[in-house]
Design a protein around this ligand. Structure first.
Ligand code: NCD
Length: 303
């Protein structure tokens, strides 16, 4: 039995097979419409979510399976004091696979240890968000043709953004990638990540102004300032609109640059950008369903 806690749980070759499967699902959805008949997915979400939870539910439903679960801690027995370890033992009796989101870093790992069904980390605090990373990698591979040989700018809250942390770890395994980290001083990417890049000899630069580097980028990964992880409101208010990608800034970028965003967006991308062909974030959300379908099939041993 396999779980998914980090994008590194799959080798690069396994990821390639997963993405091939996701692309096949995209082309031939009818082939997979009954692949999970009789199977149940539990979505245990102790933290708010729209895309991740609903894309898991959509993925399982499109595979012919069923879904049970809860979408906030207050409506689960966590509010009575039940531990994650006990909850997963119970969920293991009710479902065949579980996607779990939790505000505490490491909580899905604790669950996985006690689980008799595959557990998928659907985001743990500011730590990791592996299925968003699978979504991001599939989007990049599908729209650019390959993973590697590009300059990616990650912009916004690089300190608390778990999608960024997972994506950098995952991309560090591909060839010829250069990272540009674009953030205010207070939201810099954590040292443990830059240390990893240094150790692997992967080039990166840290800058503050998006305008200074946007022309160099093949990919721009925008992120939301993670309000819920701030310790005080004042800092959040000061930093929340630090970056706003509008048409004026986008006009400095290459014609073929792609703009990604895990969503939800707040103010960091103006809605006027949505109509530009470089805006790929809504397509990215669609790839999130295909990749979760492929992941469910793989972890259930049905691929
Ligand atoms: C992200 C998350 O939950 O970390 N959202 C998502 O799953 N697509 C990004 C965010 O909330 O900013």
């Amino acid at each position: 039995m396999r779980h998914l806690m980090s994008p590194l749980d799959f080798t690069v070759e396994e990821l390639d097979r997963l993405f091939d499967l996701a692309n096949d699902i995209e082309r031939n959805p009818e082939k997979y419409a009954h692949a999970c008949d009789g199977r149940i997915l539990a979505t245990c979400f102790y933290e708010p979510s729209t895309r991740t939870r609903l894309s898991f539910e959509s993925a399982m439903t499109r595979l012919g399976g069923q879904v049970i679960g809860f979408s906030d801690a207050a409506s689960s027995s966590a509010s009575k004091g039940e531990s994650v370890s006990d909850t997963i033992r119970i969920i293991s009796c009710y479902a065949d696979i579980c996607a779990m989101r939790h505000p505490k870093e490491g909580a899905p790992m604790v669950a996985a240890e006690k689980s008799s069904i595959p557990v998928i980390n659907a985001g743990d605090g500011g730590h990791q968000h592996p299925t968003q990373t699978l979504t991001d990698l599939l989007t990049i591979r599908s729209l650019r043709g390959t993973l590697g040989g590009f300059t990616i700018g990650l912009c916004g809250d690089l300190k608390f953004g778990r999608t960024v942390h997972s994506l950098i770890h995952a991309l560090a395994r591909y060839r010829d990638i250069r990272f540009l980290f674009i953030s205010p001083e207070e939201l810099r990417v954590p040292d443990y990540i830059t240390d990893l890049l240094k150790k692997k000899g992967i080039p990166y630069e840290e800058v503050i102004r998006l305008e200074d580097v946007i022309a160099d980028l093949d990919l721009l990964y925008m992120t939301r300032v993670q309000k819920e992880r701030f310790f005080n409101e004042e800092d959040y208010v000061r930093l929340k609109d630090f970056y706003i990608l509008d048409m004026a800034k986008l006009s400095l970028a290459r014609e073929d640059m792609l703009v990604l965003h895990p969503l939800p967006r707040v103010n960091e991308i103006s809605v006027e950008v949505d109509a530009d062909p470089r805006a790929a974030y809504f397509k990215q959300a669609q790839y999130g369903v295909y990749v979760r379908m492929a992941l469910i099939l793989t972890l259930l041993g049905l691929a």
